[in-house]
Design a protein around this ligand. Structure first.
Ligand code: SF4
Ligand SMILES: [Zn+2]
Length: 114
């Protein structure tokens, strides 16, 4: 269980939409793609590791209030303190779901043009 960022009610960790207030919690309707959002009026980017290392190329930077790839600098420091490697060594890029979707689109185009 985790808490909804909007109504702060407990919600199942796999929930795509908050059952209490209908806030969208996951991206692209997939339970494995978390959707990070601000809980205040502040933007996400100033506290994101991808802003700090200047590797983000998302168009919503630096004014993102919702983002699929947000990693807080505090989370990163805790992660590193546990002896892990930095998570921001690679720039934000298309995930496997998008590559599969693009592949299917390409195959569809080829079949349509035959
Ligand atoms: S990954 Fe998202 S939150 Fe982080 S800098 Fe880029 S747009 Fe902002
Ligand atoms: Zn809610």
């Amino acid at each position: 269980m985790s808490d909804c960022p909007t109504c702060h009610q407990p919600v199942p960790s796999q929930a795509i939409v908050c059952p209490h207030c209908q806030t969208l919690l996951k991206a692209f309707g997939h339970p494995g793609i978390p959707l990070h959002r601000t809980e205040t009026d502040a933007y996400l980017c100033p506290s994101c590791v991808y802003e700090a290392d200047d590797t983000c190329t998302f168009p919503q930077r630096p004014y993102a209030r919702v983002c699929t790839l947000y990693v807080s600098q505090q989370q990163q420091q805790a992660w590193l303190a546990q002896g892990n490697r930095p998570r921001s060594s690679a720039r934000p890029r298309l995930g496997p779901v998008w590559w599969i979707a693009l592949g299917l689109l390409g195959v569809s185009l080829v079949l349509a043009l035959r």
